[in-house]
Design a protein around this ligand. Sequence first.
Ligand code: HEC
Ligand code: HEC
Length: 287
Amino acid sequence: MKNWILFLGTAVVVFLLALLALNIFDRRNEAKFAYQPKVQLEGIEPRDSVWGENYPRQYQSYMKTKDTTFVSMINTGGTNDMLESNPEFVILWAGYAFSKDYNSPRGHAYAIDDIHQTLRTGAPMQPGDGVMPSTCWTCKSPDVPRLMSEIGVTEFYSSKFSDFGSEIINPIGCADCHNPETMKLTITRPALIEAFEAMGKNIDEASHQEMRSLVCAQCHVEYYFDKKKPDAEGANYLTFPWKDGMDVDNVEKYYDNIQFADWVNPLSKTPMLKAQHPDYEIYSQGV
Ligand code: HEC
Ligand code: HEC
C-alpha cells in the first residue's frame, strides 16, 4: 500500500513537471515570435509608421489620438473655438497671442496640423519671416530631437519659427519618449534635463514610475524662453522655472526674482504669468 502511494505520487509529480516544462518551452517560442523586429531603427527615427512595423499594436493604439469624437471634461478632443465659447478670454489675454486664436487641444497626431493652422504664429510666408521663434516647435515633433542632434541645441533655439517648417513634419511620436534599442522611456528634451540639473538632481536617477510622468512633463509643463542665457546669445532658450523648486510658490518666487512676466495686459496693466497652454492651467485652477 505504502509503495503504491509513493509510486502514484511520483507519477503525478513527474506529470506536473512535464506540463511545466512544456509551458516554459511554449512561452519561450511565443516570445521569439511576439517580437521579431522587421526594421532596424536608425538614429532618431521621427516616423511612427516605421516604428509601427516593429510594434504594430502600440502603433495602432497610438493612432487613436486621431479620434476626435470624444470630448473630455476639460474640453479636449474635438476642435472647439475657445474664444467663441469664452469671449472673456479675449480680454483676459489682450496683448497676448492667445487672444487672436485659441482652439481646444486635440490628440498628439494633430500637433503639426494644428500649429500650421493657428493664427498665433502670425502666418509667416517664408523662412526668416514672422514673429515667433523656432523654440515654439519644441513640443510638437520627434523631428525636434533629430534636428537638435544635427545642428545643436542652442542653434535650434536661435532661429525663427518659419525656418524649420520644411524640417518638422512628423507629429509627436515614439521617438519623443522611447529609446529605439531598448524601448525604455527616455527624455529627449534638454529643458527637462537642465531643469533637474538646476535643482541639483540627476534625471538619470529617476525611477521607472517617475519616468512615466516625466516623459509627458517634457512638453506639458510651465516654461519660459530665457533670452539672456550665458553662452546662448540671441537664443530663445527653453527653460523650466524649477531652480527653487517645482511647486507653484517656488515657481512664482523664481519669476519674481528675475522680474519676468509672459506679457503685460495692456488693459489692466497687470504683468501676466503662466499663460502657456492655458487649457491645462486655467482649467486646473478651476476658473
Ligand atoms: C513632445 C511633446 C509632448 C509630449 C512628450 C506629450 N505631449 Fe501631450 N500634447 C502635446 C501637444 C502639443 C498637444 C496638443 C496637440 C494639438 O492640439 O494639436 C498635446 C495634447 C495632449 C492631450 C489632449 C488631446 C486630447 O485629445 O484630449 C492629452 C490628454 C495629452 N497631450 C496627454 C499627454 C500624456 C499623458 C503624455 C505622456 C505620456 C503626453 N501628452 C506627452 C505635446 C506633448
Ligand atoms: C508621450 C510619450 C510616449 C509616446 C509618444 C509613445 N510612448 Fe510607448 N510608452 C510610453 C509609456 C509611458 C509607456 C509605459 C511604460 C511603462 O509603464 O513601463 C509606454 C510603453 C510602450 C511599450 C511597452 C509595452 C507596452 O505595451 O506597455 C511599447 C512597445 C511602446 N510603448 C511602443 C510605442 C510606439 C511604437 C510608439 C509610437 C507609435 C510609442 N510607444 C509612443 C510613452 C510613450
